[in-house]
Design a protein around this ligand. Structure first.
Ligand code: 6CS
Ligand code: FE
Length: 302
């Protein structure tokens, strides 16, 4: 028996887990074992060769002019009306800011909102998702993040895949997020920050997952976040890029790209809608933590 297997067994890991996390007393950096791009580029691909190469190398891509002004205005109207609706109505899929009653996130908008359901099925996004992931895809998670002016708090550095693997049972890195800005994202209102190239290394995090962790983590995450030394090492390799863009701009980023955002002390909200596409060949298993799966409004299981 080799030492990794023995350690994993001691720590209660799952056999065949490519990316063990929250199992060891120390942080570890593991090489990615899956492709970033699952298709060969051709003239028929929905993005250019340069864009495709950029995504594969850096783990993210900004697309400025994918949608029409009309489409954007419809999504913005819906964003505001959902905020009005949930301001005074508590619901499990609606998450409040950690230090105020303002709406931080609304989950599963592709499921219970007609406008965002249509967006998730937008032919341009479906074509891109099938190209990047090399198969049919489905929505693993969707949400609006409001990041309101003055009270919108940070999202600490994390790899989404780390959480989706440990807490939702996503086996492989074959998913990505599409974030569409519904307000202008400036450098000052807490835009998304990414570490280019970080998708190629998996940071195995320290600490066990508390039961029902999502109730806390979606407001402020404390487990499944990388340690400062690993983050320093990653950012020293390639720096940090800030995803600034007008309302309507789109950021695609791989499920393991290290990202986060600062809180928003400006008057300008930084509201985005996120859609996570997963390959149908990467369907969720039992969570690798051994705990019970999170609710389906956070992680779709069908
Ligand atoms: O726990 C999750 O699934 C979500 N949490 C964060 C902070 N980002 C990714 C994901 O949407
Ligand atoms: Fe995230």
């Amino acid at each position: 028996m080799n030492s990794t297997t023995k350690e994993q067994q001691t720590a209660g890991g799952v056999a065949g887990d490519k990316y063990p996390s929250r199992l060891y007393a120390d942080a570890r950096i593991v090489d990615r074992k899956d492709p970033v791009l699952y298709s060969e580029w051709s003239e028929q691909s929905p993005i250019s060769k340069e864009q495709s190469d950029f995504y594969e190398k850096n783990g993210y891509l900004i697309l400025d002019q994918l949608f029409s002004e009309e489409e954007l205005q419809a999504w913005r109207r819906e964003l505001r009306s959902l905020n009005e609706h949930y301001r005074s109505l508590e619901a499990p899929h609606v998450i409040q800011e950690p230090e105020s009653r303002e709406v931080r996130s609304i989950f599963a908008v592709h499921d219970h909102n007609e406008t965002f359901k249509q967006l998730a099925n937008h032919p341009k996004l479906v074509a891109i998702s099938e190209f990047l992931l090399g198969s049919k895809t489905y929505i693993h998670q969707s949400r609006i993040n409001y990041k309101p002016g003055f009270t919108g708090k940070e999202f600490y550095w994390h790899s989404d895949f780390e959480t989706w693997h440990v807490e939702d049972g996503m086996p492989s890195m074959r998913a990505f997020s599409c974030s569409i800005a519904l307000e202008d994202n400036f450098v000052h209102n807490g835009p998304l920050m990414v570490i280019p190239g970080s998708q190629n290394q998996f940071i195995s995090c320290i600490g066990q997952t508390p039961d029902d962790h999502f109730k806390q983590s979606l407001r402020r995450q404390e487990y499944g976040v990388p340690d400062p030394d690993s983050l320093t090492a990653l950012s020293r390799q390639s720096g940090i890029e800030t995803m600034v863009g007008k309302a309507g701009s789109v950021v695609l980023f791989d499920c393991n790209t290290m990202h986060g955002s600062n809180s928003n002390i400006t008057p300008d909200p930084r509201s985005n809608v996120f859609l996570v596409y997963n390959s149908v060949e990467n369907k969720l298993q039992a969570p690798y933590s051994g705990q019970r799966p999170r609710p389906t409004y956070i992680a779709a299981r069908d």
